[in-house]
Write a protein that binds this ligand. Structure first.
Ligand code: FMN
Length: 159
């Protein structure tokens, strides 16, 4: 199973989570690459495979600056993404109220509008929570990877 982890991050928290998941991927029968969203466009989804977006929120429910190019490309260069399956790791801070993990929600909405399929539950990492984010993300990933293998065999591949 080949995974691509796409990172949208301001201060590096989302990047750290993506790297943690990439290191754990072989334990779940997957190999993973981590790509910063900076300079990516919708073309990143041309390659078949599974994607996990690790995206934080900035401003008032906004996607991080390094994610803006990809986010706007999903609109400006819109095309059908029915072949894309993705998981979502959403970083935010619940003290922001209505804009809690708004950056990840924005990606979810736009990708689904284009026909991409969200696999499994969203992994929500709240900066206010006492739990260690790496631990929460790894627990989520164990379940997600299992679901990905059974729900999307055509994109997750044999290995
Ligand atoms: C200036 C600023 C604005 C933020 N705005 C939001 C927000 O609107 N909603 C939210 O859920 N979190 C918000 N956050 C919290 C971050 O998303 C959270 O701290 C996250 O862990 C940062 O991850 P990163 O280092 O990968 O960017 C904000 C943080 C900062 C510093």
């Amino acid at each position: 199973m080949q995974l691509t982890l796409l990172v949208g991050s301001v201060h590096g928290n989302a990047r750290q989570i993506a790297q943690t998941l990439a290191m754990a991927a072989p334990d779940h029968g997957a190999s993973a690459q981590v790509l910063d969203m900076q300079d990516l466009t919708i073309a990143v989804f041309d390659t078949p495979g599974l994607f996990v977006l690790c995206c934080s929120t900035t401003g008032s429910g906004d996607v991080p600056e390094n994610a803006q190019g990809l986010y706007y490309s999903l609109d400006a260069d819109a095309r059908f993404l029915g072949h894309v399956c993705f998981g979502l790791v959403a970083l935010g801070d619940s003290s922001y109220g209505d804009t809690f993990y708004g950056g990840a929600k924005a990606f979810q909405s736009r990708l689904q509008d284009l026909g991409a399929k969200l696999l499994g539950e969203i992994c929500v990492l709240d900066a206010l929570a006492a739990d260690e984010p790496d631990t929460v993300a790894l627990a989520w990933f164990a379940t997600w990877a299992q679901q990905a293998r059974s729900l999307a065999p055509s994109v997750s591949g044999p290995g």
